[in-house]
Ligand binder design. Structure first.
Ligand code: PEP
Length: 251
């Protein structure tokens, strides 16, 4: 049985008080959410420690939005995977399209980051997905296949089993225009087959593949009902406790 996951990427939103308050509101409501769904709060770095203290003793997990490709050293402004692990986080988003776009992160760099994350006992949530022009020119399978191959195919089988994948079509992120459930299923199935071609069907069948891109309470149930969709990576709607919990109840 694959894990069902709903992860909230807060991006660069909330100050520490607002972030802790949001975490508290989610924790209060979480008892009404489906217990089989793993919920992960992914605040800015500055809030991880405090949010992790709030979630201690609950079923909620905490993650980071990025990490350095290096273990330690003279890399001013960077945050390592071991630092993230030491403050109570369990997951790290790697390769979000905003990192690819604004910070020019490419598939090979992301492979190195994934290795750092795994070497520190953390779980990478690896994001992939095509841009609008790539969808419109029917290159989307090719683009996603390359993202998967270049960032994940050098992992060994044990490492691969730890990875969570998020399919996030760039044209759907923060735009209000979600992929249809059929488009999501088609790509998730393709991603699973791509993983199977390298690591075997058993490993591919065990990997959670999340959908991300304007997922909200009104569309989550239809998308999550698809057989290869194992949950969601949620941006905007994760900043509203009621919406985040409603999405977690959409399986
Ligand atoms: C995201 O940034 O990962 C995301 C899915 O954002 P949104 O839900 O706001 O489209």
């Amino acid at each position: 049985m694959r894990k069902q996951i709903v992860a909230g990427n807060w991006k660069m939103n909330t100050n520490i008080n607002e972030g802790v308050e949001l975490a508290k509101m989610i924790i209060e409501k979480v008892s009404s959410a489906n217990k089989d769904v793993e919920l992960i709060l992914i605040p800015p770095f500055t809030h991880i420690s405090d949010v992790a203290k709030q979630t201690k003793g609950t079923t909620l997990k905490v993650g980071a939005q990025n990490c350095a490709e290096w273990a330690k050293g003279a890399y001013t402004g960077e945050v390592s995977a071991s630092m993230i692990s030491s403050i109570g986080a369990t997951h790290v988003i790697i390769g979000h399209s905003e990192r690819r776009e604004f910070f020019k992160e490419d598939n090979h760099l992301l492979f190195r980051k994934i290795n750092e994350v795994l070497n520190n006992g953390l779980i990478p949530i690896y994001c992939c997905g095509e841009k609008l022009e790539q969808r419109e020119s029917n290159q989307y399978f090719e683009v996603v296949e390359q993202q998967i191959a270049e960032s994940l195919f050098e992992l060994n089988k044990v490492q691969m089993q730890q990875v969570v994948i998020a399919y996030e079509p760039v044209w759907a992120i923060g735009t209000g225009r979600n992929a249809t459930a059929e488009q999501a299923q088609e790509m998730h199935e393709f991603i699973r087959k791509t993983i199977a071609s390298k690591f075997g069907k058993e490993i591919a069948d065990g990997i959670s593949i999340l959908y991300g891109g304007s997922c909200k309470p009104s569309n989550a149930a239809e998308i999550f009902a698809k057989p290869d969709v194992d949950g969601g990576l949620i941006g905007g709607a994760s900043l509203v406790a009621d919406d985040f919990i409603a999405i977690a109840q959409s399986f």
